[in-house]
Ligand binder design. Sequence first.
Ligand SMILES: Nc1ncnc2c1ncn2[C@@H]1O[C@H](COP(=O)(O)OP(=O)(O)O)[C@@H](O)[C@H]1O
Ligand SMILES: [Mg+2]
Length: 361
Amino acid sequence: MAPDALVRLDKVSKAFPGGVVGLDTVDLDIVMGEFLTLLGPSGCGKTTSLRVIAGFESPSSGNVLLEGRDITGLRPFDRPVNTVFQDYALFPHMDVAANVGFGLSLRKLTGAEQAKRVREALDMVGLADKLRARVSELSGGQRQRVALARAIVCEPRVLLLDEPLSALDAHLREQMQVELKRLQSRLGTTFVMVTHDQTEALSISDRIVVMNKGRIEQIAPPAMLYDRPATRFVASFIGTMNLLQSRFLGRDGERLHFAAGDLPLEATSDSGETPAAGDMRTIGVRPEDLLVAGEAGEGTAPARVSGVVFHGRTLRLHAELGQGTPIVIDAPRRADGSQFGVGDVAYVSLRRGANCPMLSS
Ligand SMILES: Nc1ncnc2c1ncn2[C@@H]1O[C@H](COP(=O)(O)OP(=O)(O)O)[C@@H](O)[C@H]1O
Ligand SMILES: [Mg+2]
């Protein structure tokens, strides 16, 4: 166990009636004070993971530990854990103060102490002036803050958030991402958030857990996940990645030389594996790591442009390499306004210093 692990899932599996696999042998250490995000497509087991940590769901096998102590059998209310639910689960006809104070009413606190804690929590989320407002009168963003205040008022060791921003429009969502991160740093509380939105996960998290079909694919900080995806699934789920079937040519120190058809590539291998000459592997290449020129040169391969999409600062070119292999390239817009058009041949090469992972499975 990591020395600073606050929560540990130890080989946790969850099978639902009918044989549906919710979680499959999940091992996870959650570090004290971190902002951890569970990311993956719908149905991959994110909510089930949160429910197992909260105690709303008991594992079919495996254990949940808090600071090394087995809490698998502990009831939800006996765990120092609070949850912000996806639908907020507020009482619409009660006022804001009553909603936030609800969790406190189960504790032995005087009325004055409760009122003070409620005010402090609302202050934290910027709703100090809404104490007496009814929840039904509030906007979506304000309800989100009430749900947050209700969860933090109990001062949990771990705060679980299930798709907390999914009901908000894009602009408010981005603003709340910043606020959520700020709130977490200020409180120093461990946050475990669920999202299916990779941009949200990348912008807010200290570490991201990528899940697929009840299993963990990779756990890493955002930049590491982006630069060094461990599997094809992670590579294709995080950002845009060309997955190019490539032939191994040879090794030169840390650099593995490949060719995707006529296109020379250089890759790195986290596993340290060196393929045999001539072996085929999948190499991940980001669109921004490819260069295009109007003429052939050193290390280029011709590709016919089949589509051009305007992305603001860059143009995204969809093209086909010699063997009909599709490839996506992000090219800067040229100062003179000229650009590649559909049907043109672009000479593609790998940017020097680009970091292309050799992917397993
Ligand atoms: N109470 C339940 N009964 C049966 N199947 C469930 C139950 N809860 C979740 N599942 C199934 O378990 C899998 C994981 O669900 P969930 O953790 O909710 O996914 P996510 O939150 O990642 O979308 C899905 O296939 C889902 O249908
Ligand atoms: Mg869910």
